[in-house]
Design a protein around this ligand. Structure first.
Ligand SMILES: [Fe+2]
Length: 174
């Protein structure tokens, strides 16, 4: 699924009073940089679809894609701040996201509704997978609360995935 990109370097860490070992904090922060990079990429992909879709169902899809963008946008800031709460640096520059995001690149040749739906659903599916994998990995690393945090994000992101996929099921959107 996700096209494997260059791995981000280890985050710089600040000392704090969060009751986890330095080792666990470093591990958890580095794990959480992956969904941060993906969330910024995902947001711009949903906006790209919102702006550029054409066809008979233009207006409906224009709204659907914007709803997806809004849900993803709301996830960016909390992910970034969970990283800083644990003591890391939120590497959320657009340039960092472009370099390290592991979701697929958007089909920027897409025109019709089905083309945009397919590309956005592929990316959102990969984004949801990253959220699940991050939730599992931080749990395994010893940070249950961060895992709970990702579990909350997954439900909202997968609801958007359901909306996109439900349009594709019918196969008649254009
Ligand atoms: Fe708009």
């Amino acid at each position: 699924m996700a096209d494997q990109k260059e791995k981000a370097p280890k985050s710089k860490m600040y000392k704090n009073r969060v009751a986890l070992s330095d080792d666990v904090k470093q591990k958890v922060v580095d794990l959480m940089e992956v969904p941060l990079a993906a969330s910024l990429d995902m947001y711009s992909q949903a906006k790209f679809a919102h702006w550029n879709v054409k066809g008979l169902n233009f207006y409906q899809l224009h709204l659907v894609f914007d709803a997806t963008a809004k849900v993803i946008f709301k996830q960016i800031d909390p992910i970034a701040e969970r990283i800083t709460q644990i003591g890391g640096v939120a590497n959320g520059l657009v340039r960092q996201s472009a370099k390290y995001s592991q979701i697929p690149p958007y089909n920027n040749e897409a025109t019709s509704g089905p083309e945009h739906l397919k590309s956005l659903a592929d990316s959102l599916g990969a984004y949801c997978k990253i959220l699940r994998e991050t939730g599992d990995a931080v749990e395994e690393a010893g940070d249950g609360p961060s895992s709970d945090f990702f579990n909350q994000l997954i439900v909202d992101a997968e609801e958007e995935l359901y909306f996109l996929e439900s349009h594709l099921e019918a196969g008649d959107v254009q």
